[in-house]
Write a protein that binds this ligand. Structure first.
Ligand code: PLV
Length: 325
């Protein structure tokens, strides 16, 4: 019998049809509402699982470098497990997230400009005795935890999806979903892997045929801002039909606003990127180019990955920064 700490920390999230997204995409769209997870994003699936595993092996202190959401998941899991946590965030992480991390009783350190800087600092701290580094996207436990998402889709949908749409930062969500789809036997369901320009390290790696490191992160979708993706994410592309797609910050932010109006939920631009694929006509464009079937053999599932680093004031600020009306 698994005890309390053996139970997963994540929730089984709702899968809802969206009339607005279906209208925009010209086909039936389901939203997998990962924004309703404790800690505000899908991250608790993989990171919750990782933290449980290392706690069993005697970890005494968790340290996580994060754009915000992986840190929030770590802080949540750490509190449940009764282990202290230190979260290193880069300067690009909104102060709102720092406050939320402190509310979860994590010790917070702001270090460097982008996530990669914070990662260097976390790796150094993790050298201490009993400390364990929680990587936000590059660990098999993290992928295994994220893979539970595909099982839930399998339990909920009558027919398999025609396509799964998700956002890519370092590629942990992608790697988890691929492994989950492999497990449930939905072998021919393509995935559209969406990034914003200026955080497009997956697209860069696919084009180069090997891992590529972006010189800097210029996108406002800071939670997609890993300069280099995980090797596993790149390997997935040779095992699975993955279509990489890059769109603009303005489209991702406009999608955040549309989604708020349509579905009454506020998400980060990192998640807006996936929504923009549907709102801004990119899905139809992929169909017109013959990269996706038309009609699709099943519904679209968009992973609403969520994110806690946004409030109305922040959305307004992003719009004015991007010169949006
Ligand atoms: N965010 C990571 C990495 O940031 C973090 O530390 O929180 N959607 C949201 C809302 C996210 O927070 C993230 C990752 C992603 C998508 C992308 O997930 P990934 O990294 O597994 O591809 C720099």
């Amino acid at each position: 019998m698994p005890g309390e700490e053996g139970r997963p920390f994540h929730m089984v999230t709702p899968l809802l049809e969206s009339a607005a997204l279906s209208r925009a995409a010209g086909t039936k769209v389901y939203m997998k509402l990962e924004n309703t997870q404790p800690s505000g994003s899908f991250k608790i699936r993989g990171i919750g699982y990782f933290c449980q595993q290392v706690a069993r092996r005697g970890c005494q202190h968790l340290v996580c470098s994060s754009g915000g959401n992986a840190g929030l998941a770590t802080a949540y899991a750490a509190r449940k497990l009764g282990i202290p946590a230190t979260v290193i965030v880069p300067g690009s992480t909104p102060p709102l997230v720092v406050r939320k991390l402190e509310e979860q009783r994590a010790e917070v350190e702001v270090f460097g400009k982008v996530w990669d800087d914070a990662n260097d600092r976390a790796l150094a701290l993790a050298e201490k005795d009993g400390w364990v580094n929680v990587h936000p996207f590059d660990h098999p436990f993290v992928w295994k935890g994220h893979s539970s998402l595909a099982q839930e889709l399998r339990d909920c949908l009558e027919a398999k999806p025609g396509v799964v749409v998700l956002s890519v930062g370092g590629g942990g969500l992608l790697a988890g979903v691929v492994s989950g789809l492999q497990k449930v036997g939905w072998r021919d369901v393509p995935i559209v892997a969406v990034e914003t320009r200026g955080a497009d390290s997956y697209s860069a790696a696919l084009q180069a045929g090997h891992l590529a490191t972006l010189p800097e992160i210029t996108s406002v979708a800071t939670c997609l801002g890993a300069k280099t993706v995980a090797q596993r994410a790149l390997d997935c592309a040779s095992e699975w039909p993955i279509i990489s797609h890059v769109l603009e910050d303005v489209e991702a932010v406009a999608a955040v606003e549309h989604f708020l109006d349509d579905e009454r939920m506020l998400v980060e631009p990192a998640c807006g990127a996936s929504l923009a694929l549907l709102y801004s006509g990119h899905l139809q464009q992929l169909q017109a180019e013959g990269r996706l079937c038309r009609p699709l053999p099943g519904p679209v599932v968009v992973i609403v990955c969520g994110g806690s680093g946004i409030q109305l004031e922040g959305l307004r600020a992003l719009k004015s920064r991007l010169g949006m009306p």
